[in-house]
Write a protein that binds this ligand. Structure first.
Ligand SMILES: Nc1ncnc2c1ncn2[C@@H]1O[C@H](COP(=O)(O)OP(=O)(O)OP(=O)(O)O)[C@@H](O)[C@H]1O
Ligand SMILES: [Mg+2]
Length: 138
């Protein structure tokens, strides 16, 4: 499935819609260059899962947890991580066991860590617009 998105609000709205029907744990891998809109997608996504708090980029904190929605959300950003081993050392496998939503910015850096299935969201920059492609990787 793909969508052509014009502006931040549309991006957040799409993510909110996608998240609004989620009932079970899953991993969502967000792909896209710097400034593609991964964090804006994450904001709408958390809202769609019923989380009412702030969502910010976890670039420095590595992972942020959002509790209070239909499922807990673990928001990662792998941009600054050097290896898959480093991701494992912050407890990746434990997060996978937590029965929540794993939402990962820069997930393309370590595809070997993706569980099966993973929902892949690719965001391509087209000037001010974005082409968003959703695929189930099984
Ligand atoms: N259609 C669009 N969807 C999302 N963001 C857009 C769009 N058009 C322009 N932008 C701009 O692109 C930027 C996206 O920022 P955002 O932090 O969400 O990107 P990111 O992919 O998380 O970047 P990073 O790789 O640094 O984490 C914002 O500054 C926003 O204003
Ligand atoms: Mg970001």
């Amino acid at each position: 499935m793909e969508w052509l998105i014009d502006g931040v609000e549309q991006m957040e709205h799409l993510a909110e819609e996608l998240a609004s029907s989620i009932q079970s744990p899953a991993t969502w891998a967000l792909l896209g260059d710097l400034g593609a809109g991964k964090t804006h997608f994450s904001k709408g996504f958390a809202r769609g899962l019923g989380y009412a708090g702030d969502v910010t980029s976890p670039t420095f904190s590595l992972v942020q947890e959002y509790h209070g929605g239909r499922l807990p959300i673990f928001h990662f950003d792998w941009y600054r991580l050097k290896s898959a081993a480093e991701v494992l050392s912050i407890g990746w496998d434990d997060y996978l066991d937590q029965k929540g939503i794993l939402l990962v910015e820069w997930a393309n850096l370590f595809p070997e860590l993706w569980p099966k299935p993973t929902l892949q969201v690719s965001i391509e920059i087209l000037d001010s617009r974005r082409l968003v492609t959703l695929r189930n990787i099984d």
